[in-house]
Design a protein. Structure first.
Length: 449
């Protein structure tokens, strides 16, 4: 669906009359995709920067295409936490991929959905004919998130550099306190909503309270996520999408390394709540991991498919963005998915597969319960509850609790893996959805071709 249709959906239609029919939206194809392994942060910067990750996955993906990198019309990369020397990381990576000076590269940021926003930005340019062939995806190396000076330390340094005399410097030295050196953890600042003053995990606690989600519910969901990822790895379900990495020491990183094969209710029960230490239920074990990773998709118009003889994996049918209260942000997938379902006359189980990003177990469970809650659906969408997607169709190979959630990459990863799941099923339609810090949700409806 084109951009104007997405924005006008749900508004009261005009009275019937002799008006010209809107042109049918141009079909947008997903030709191919690839991602790196998702590497768990281990209390130190990981072996790859964000641009290293995006370049490695993008190089492998472009090498197997029948067109040269400089035949792309643009490169769009979602990233929530680029390094200070790569603020427009999309352009940096485009050049490192060999796209040449003439191919524009740019960066988008929509928190957890930055990778999905890159895809949607590509859709808009493909729909209007501005581009024909686009590389779009997302990346983050969260292990490289910076440690920052506190405001007190910054003010002290400003005074120190402003001092002109020995007396001024001595006065500044006397005012210095060791506490000034206490670092501000950049990732904690980035994952805190400035409007409500809550960490993302605290918003998951809000949903646990709202929907009566127990600690046991969350831990059981987390155990199942790890079990499904292990089963998916053993069955080779990730093999086609992952590009192995080799670090500077020659170590090969061939698979997602955050999954725990020993995950169990007993092991998870040992972990203490992190976000609300006194009354909370959300722990590191039933939350997504801090992770580094990148994911890309090649998107093409019908003209580009014909010109290059491409064989698409699927087609993007529709997309939707939604807003809601920041302290309820985990319900964003419901708010983004419902308009798509209504536009296409679908119930959740009319779809063959779902990918709903697992930021927190409580958040996914809350989404499933919201889909089944008549009061919630009537209040927010004006319809009776359509029912939740069956668990046999949802995140069939596990999700971010076991794989990790490199914020900028996850939105692209779930679209890519959704197509892999549909391909294994023999085709069909599926929906990828994600919650977004700040109180938003994103969703994409795709189908195989």
């Amino acid at each position: 669906m084109n951009a104007s249709a997405r924005h006008s959906a749900g508004k009261r239609s005009r009275p019937a009359g002799k008006t010209a029919a809107s042109p049918a939206p141009r079909p947008i194809y997903i030709v191919d995709g690839a991602r790196t392994p998702f590497l768990k942060a281990k209390n130190a910067p990981g072996p790859f920067t964000a641009s290293d990750l995006a370049t490695a996955a993008g190089s492998a993906l472009l090498m197997r295409q029948p067109f040269a990198p400089d035949q792309l019309d643009e490169v769009i990369l979602g990233c929530a936490s680029p390094s200070p020397d790569e603020v427009n990381i999309g352009r940096v990576v485009a050049l490192r991929l060999g796209c040449g000076n003439a191919v524009p590269g740019w960066t988008v940021m929509r928190n957890c959905a930055s990778g999905m926003q890159a895809i949607d930005s590509a859709i808009a340019n493909l729909q209007c004919g501005r581009s024909q062939l686009v590389l779009a995806g997302g990346v983050d190396a969260l292990s490289h998130a910076p440690l920052l000076f506190s405001e007190k330390m910054v003010r002290w340094l400003a005074g120190w550099y402003a001092a002109r005399s020995t007396g001024d410097r001595l006065a500044m030295l006397k005012s210095f306190r060791l506490g000034h050196l206490a670092p501000v953890i950049g990732i904690m600042k980035g994952l805190t909503d400035p409007i409500v003053g809550q960490l993302m995990g605290q918003t998951a606690e809000n949903l646990a309270w709202k929907f009566g989600i127990t600690r046991e519910d969350m831990d059981a969901f987390a155990v199942e996520s790890h079990r499904r990822v292990c089963a998916g790895q053993d069955a080779g379900h990730y093999a086609d999408e992952i590009v192995p990495l080799i670090d500077r020491d020659g170590q090969v990183h061939a698979a997602d390394d955050g999954v725990r094969r020993d995950s169990s209710m007993a092991n998870l029960a040992k972990l203490k709540p992190f976000f609300d230490k006194k009354y909370g239920r959300v722990t590191p074990g039933n939350s997504s991991q801090i992770t580094d990773g990148a994911a890309w998709l090649v998107l093409a118009s019908e003209e580009a498919v014909a010109r290059h003889g491409l064989k698409p994996l699927g087609r993007i049918v529709d997309s939707q963005w939604a807003g809601l209260a920041p302290d309820q942000m985990g319900l964003g997938p419901v708010h983004a998915a419902m308009p798509i379902l209504q536009r296409h006359g679908l119930a959740p189980n009319d779809l063959d597969a779902w990918e709903l990003n697992e930021a927190f177990a409580a958040q996914v469970i809350a989404c499933l319960r919201a889909f089944e809650d008549d009061d919630y659906c009537r209040t927010h969408f004006g319809v009776d509850a359509p029912g939740a997607p069956d668990k046999s169709r949802l995140n069939v190979d596990g999700g971010a609790i076991a794989l990790g959630h490199p914020v900028g990459a996850s939105g692209a990863r779930i679209v890519l893996h959704l197509l892999e799941v549909l391909r294994r099923k023999g085709g069909g339609r599926g929906l990828a959805s994600i919650c977004i810090g700040g109180g938003q949700g994103g969703a994409m409806l795709v189908e195989t071709v």
